[in-house]
Ligand binder design. Structure first.
Ligand code: GLA
Length: 389
């Protein structure tokens, strides 16, 4: 693979020539089911061919030296493999250090360190899970080298734990699951309550998945995200007062929610909960539509998802709204919505191949005029999960 020739050159420069192992870990795009994972609902993401490549060589001591070709100005970051704690000096490598520490705490102790060069094709801040990509990558590198015998779902859970406890982003399990468990040309319908999942072939006929990056400079996603999560927990507590057996928002149908939602005192928290409940039902309906080849219905549900994320969940913002609203005007755009946490990042759209050029020009012109800088476009290939090459 050509990409590894470039990585190898950098590796030789930084660490000297030696035998190396090759790994790839994808990013993800979520087709529908947003902010449902931590409410024990359903999500429908897929892994994409943009992701993180790594060239890795085991060392004889317990040090690790790691260099990212995308963040060359951060230089080589070094740490000992044992007893790792969050350290701002590790910068982006905290995702790697966090996963090593989380595996160690779970009893999977690395007995040596590594020299690693990373090259990512995921645009930073695009909401395509570059952090989950790095975490699952790290878990797979350790599992391969030390024969921990972890299966992918165990590595996914430990990667999420690293993000929650080491990095402090209280995320659900969707991103790590999509990255680790991805399958070529399939989306994953995942029930985040039970972790039951099924692969659903993405048959888009003469259409493709187009990702549009707002290129919004990094916003305060973590604090706003953790706040949404808290709002859902507060709403759940009030619902539990009238329905004591309720364990999570997404257990409710829309009708059940409407019957009891008046007990949620804070009007904002009521809207948050309403989004979670409806988005979960919408996700199931969307998967059924896709499996019946009813792309129009799937597109309509993507639209409804975006509106709910804008009006009830308030995680879109002018950049994502502008992209989605422009997309909805393009003939041949079957559906479009924000994807991921929101507050910036990207939209995901299903666009007829014959309309992609038109789609790009309408969004680029309209967005640049309103926002002041251009978006970027990626036609996504749906990829396999994290693996050794
Ligand atoms: C982020 C989180 C996920 C999920 C999405 C919103 O990507 O990491 O767990 O909550 O936001 O659907």
């Amino acid at each position: 693979m050509e990409i590894f020739e470039d990585i190898e050159k950098v590796f030789n420069e930084k660490f000297g020539k030696t035998d190396t192992q090759k790994f790839f870990s994808p990013g993800r795009v979520n087709l529908i089911g947003e902010h449902t994972d931590y409410n024990a609902g359903n999500v429908f993401p897929c892994a994409i061919s943009l992701g993180t490549y790594a060239l890795v060589a085991p060392r004889s001591d317990t040090n690790t030296r790691i260099f990212s070709m995308n963040l060359a100005d951060k230089g080589v970051i070094e740490f000992d493999m044992h007893g790792l704690k969050y350290n701002s000096a590790y910068d982006w490598a905290n995702y790697v250090a966090g996963t090593i520490a989380t595996l160690e705490q779970a009893g999977h102790k690395a007995t040596n360190g590594f020299d690693i060069v990373i090259y990512g094709t995921l645009p930073a801040g695009a909401g395509l899970s570059s952090s989950a990509s790095l975490e699952v990558l790290t878990a797979v590198i350790l599992n391969e080298n030390f024969n921990f015998g972890l299966d992918m779902v165990e590595m996914v859970k430990l990667s999420q734990k690293a993000e929650n406890e080491f990095v402090g982003m209280n995320c659900g399990i969707m991103d790590q699951f999509a990255v680790g468990m991805g399958k070529k040309d399939c989306a994953i319908l995942l029930d985040c309550n039970t972790l039951e999942y099924r692969y659903s072939p993405i048959k888009l006929g003469d259409a493709s998945i187009v990702i549009t990056n707002t290129n919004k400079p990094h916003s305060l996603v973590t604090s706003a995200y953790n706040e949404r999560r808290k709002e859902c927990e507060n709403a759940l507590k009030e619902l539990q007062a009238v329905k004591p057996d309720l364990k999570a928002l997404c257990e409710l149908t829309n009708e059940e929610f409407d019957e009891i939602s008046s007990c949620i005192t804070d009007p904002i928290e009521k809207l948050r909960a309403r989004h979670a409940v409806r988005e979960n039902q919408r996700t199931l309906a969307a998967v059924t539509a896709l499996e019946k080849n009813d792309l129009q219905k799937f597109g309509q549900l993507m639209h409804d998802s975006h509106v709910s994320l804008c009006e009830d969940y308030d995680v879109t913002g002018v950049e994502l709204d502008t992209l989605a609203e422009l997309a909805w005007t393009v003939d041949g755009c079957i559906g479009s919505r924000m994807t991921g946490a929101g507050f910036g990042g990207s939209t995901v759209s299903i666009v007829k191949n014959s309309a992609i050029e038109k789609f790009k020009s309408v969004l680029e012109n309209g967005y640049t005029k309103k926002i002041g800088y251009a978006p970027s476009f990626y036609v996504a290939d749906v990829s396999e999960g994290t693996h050794k090459i």
